[in-house]
Write a protein that binds this ligand. Structure first.
Ligand SMILES: Nc1ncnc2c1ncn2[C@@H]1O[C@H](COP(=O)(O)OP(=O)(O)OP(=O)(O)O)[C@@H](O)[C@H]1O
Length: 305
């Protein structure tokens, strides 16, 4: 769906994007993660022909960009510059204008398409108030509706849940999952680890212009070969499992073992009580921290010097 090779963009002395090889497959929910200023926006703007690359190659939907942009863009929905709209017009009127700019047949078909897009983003009940009276969340939804008008095969979204409350975030996340289940490939930029972890099937991590990680989420979340055990008999358990305990913290043990059920059986057979047990998987946060030393769920910390 999207392939870039050695993609680089310099603004004067600043290298915003540095030798990036992005690989987004059909049906992916790809999360491009990175702190502010790491180059995510510049990268997606290049994919959409909004910025020209300094060097490197881009292919979107099998076509070279920007050379074949005219063939690519009608099949791509994008929400990149923030939800831009005419503030004095209603949301519906904005979509009407946008729709009229493209091909699309009879007036009835157009009206139907607009209502369908509004419905998808939960704005079907919206009245004729001008967009300037909308909340940020409503504007964000309107931006998404605009991106969905042409039933795109690929959606490119920059921070799609910015400014939304938790309920709004959940709705957008559900909507994106639904669209993806219907066959739309999604590329989204985010500085929120949790958002990418919950929604995405594939992740790329940007750090100072470079793509420092690109992997399927399933691979990141694959078992580490350790089992986490919590037991009120932790001392005895540690004696019993001597040599296999990699870490101990009070009543919690981290044990080198592939099979939690087997370990549980062993402990219980020896008369040791187990309150919690499970195969340990790394979180996306751990993986990202190891790579970039970037903290917490907001990745917008200053790089360490
Ligand atoms: N038009 C421009 N002219 C000069 N420098 C720019 C321009 N656009 C981006 N940059 C610089 O390129 C770097 C990457 O910026 P970019 O906006 O792509 O990062 P980002 O990861 O998307 O961050 P954010 O989430 O804040 O948008 C930054 O150092 C930024 O200052």
């Amino acid at each position: 769906m999207i392939v870039t090779r050695a993609l680089t963009k310099r603004f004067g002395r600043v290298t915003a994007v540095d030798g990036v090889g992005l690989d987004v497959g059909e049906g992916d929910r790809y999360g491009l993660l990175g702190p502010n200023g790491s180059g995510k926006t510049t990268l997606v703007r290049m994919l959409l022909g909004l910025v020209y690359a300094t060097s490197g190659e881009i292919e979107v939907l099998g076509e070279p960009v920007p050379r074949r942009l005219g063939r690519v863009l009608p099949r791509v929905g994008a929400l990149v510059e923030g939800p831009g709209a005419y503030r004095h017009l209603s949301g519906r009127a904005n979509l009407r204008l946008l729709d009229a700019a493209g091909p699309g047949g009879a007036r009835r078909d157009r009206r139907h398409r607009i209502e369908e897009a509004l419905e998808r983003v939960g704005l079907s009940g919206v009245d004729e108030r001008p967009v300037r009276a909308y909340s940020l969340g409503m504007r964000q939804r309107l931006g998404l509706a605009a991106a969905l008008l042409r039933r795109p095969r690929l959606l490119v979204l920059d921070e799609p849940t910015n400014g939304l409350d938790p309920q709004g975030i959940r709705e957008i996340r559900d909507l994106l999952a639904e669209l993806n289940a219907d066959g739309t490939t999604i590329l989204l930029c985010s500085h929120l680890l949790a958002e990418v972890e919950e929604l995405c099937t594939r992740v790329g991590v940007m750090d100072r212009g470079r793509l420092v990680l690109q992997s399927d989420m399933a691979e990141i979340r694959s078992p580490t070969g350790q089992v986490a055990v919590r037991s009120p008999d932790a001392d005895k358990a540690a004696d019993l499992l001597d040599g296999r305990v990699e870490h101990r913290d009070g009543d919690r043990l981290l044990v080198r073992a592939a099979d939690a059920a087997e370990l549980n059986a062993l402990l219980v057979t020896e008369g040791l009580r187990v309150t919690e047990i499970g195969v340990r998987r790394r979180s996306l946060e751990e993986v990202v921290l190891n790579l970039t030393g970037t903290g917490s769920d907001r990745l917008d910390r200053e790089p360490q010097r």
